[in-house]
Design a protein around this ligand. Structure first.
Ligand SMILES: [Fe+2]
Length: 241
């Protein structure tokens, strides 16, 4: 199986609509990612696990043990599962379908979950960095939408308290507003939205360091937000409007 090289860790997007938004200047420059499109036919090219984009010892409050486990086992597992599913999809017969169930349909559903998991984990790791403050332009965008950075933090982490999956700040391509989106599974998507700030709330993202203390993890996450990546994504997404 040929291995696909994916170097841009920070610019992946959710789902079909977001992929459509990326067509044009982004699609050609970044063609090889989990959401670049389902390969058709047998022996599909393999998506590769991308290394952590930071030193795993560099983020205060998030241990090397937890970050490496998260990356290798959870994100890496999603990529490996995505490749496995796509190999099976390459030979599954879409015409062999019953009224209520088909192997092809089940594989497509599993592919969506694995792809979203891979994409969201890449975005999550790419929006972690030590010691950053929000660029002034991003702070202005956030303040105009949510009232202040503190109110944005309260809303994002308030949503995270009740979530068991992901909380994502997105740029909505229809309303052209910033929104906070909560999800409970990987097989989802803010279909008109581009993800900007991604927070992983699955237990595997915090339990090694924090046990059941989610709020301790949230404080550590917030200290390690890579605001430059968030600003870059926001500028790109909102400019498409
Ligand atoms: Fe995760």
């Amino acid at each position: 199986m040929k291995t696909i090289d994916r170097r841009d860790f920070g610019a992946v997007a959710l789902g079909a609509a977001a992929a459509t938004l990326l067509q044009g200047h982004d699609a050609e420059a970044q063609p090889r990612r989990p959401d670049a499109g389902t390969p058709l036919g047998p022996n599909p090219p393999e998506v590769a696990v991308v290394p952590l984009p930071f030193a795993p010892t560099s983020l205060p409050g998030l241990s090397e043990r937890m970050l490496v486990s998260h990356h290798d086992n959870n994100y890496g597992g999603a990529v490996r599962k995505l490749n496995e599913i796509r190999t099976q999809l390459g030979t599954a017969d879409p015409a062999q379908s019953g009224a209520y169930w088909s192997l092809y349909g089940t594989l497509k559903s599993a592919e969506l979950a694995a792809r979203n998991s891979a994409v969201l984990h890449e975005l999550y790791f790419a929006n972690l960095a030590a010691g950053q403050r929000p660029p002034a332009a991003l702070a202005t965008m956030v303040t105009q939408r949510f009232g202040s950075m503190d109110r944005f933090r309260a809303q994002m982490l308030g949503a995270a308290k009740a979530a068991n999956g992901w909380v994502v700040l997105v740029a909505d391509g229809v309303s052209h507003t910033l929104e906070i989106v909560q999800t409970e599974s990987h097989a989802m998507g803010g279909w008109s939205a581009s993800p900007l700030l991604v927070l992983d709330v699955y237990e595997h993202a915090y339990a090694i360091d924090y046990g059941a203390n989610k709020s301790g993890y949230f404080d550590a996450f917030w200290r390690n937000v890579g605001w430059s990546a968030v600003h870059e994504r926001a500028t790109r997404a909102l400019a498409r409007g």
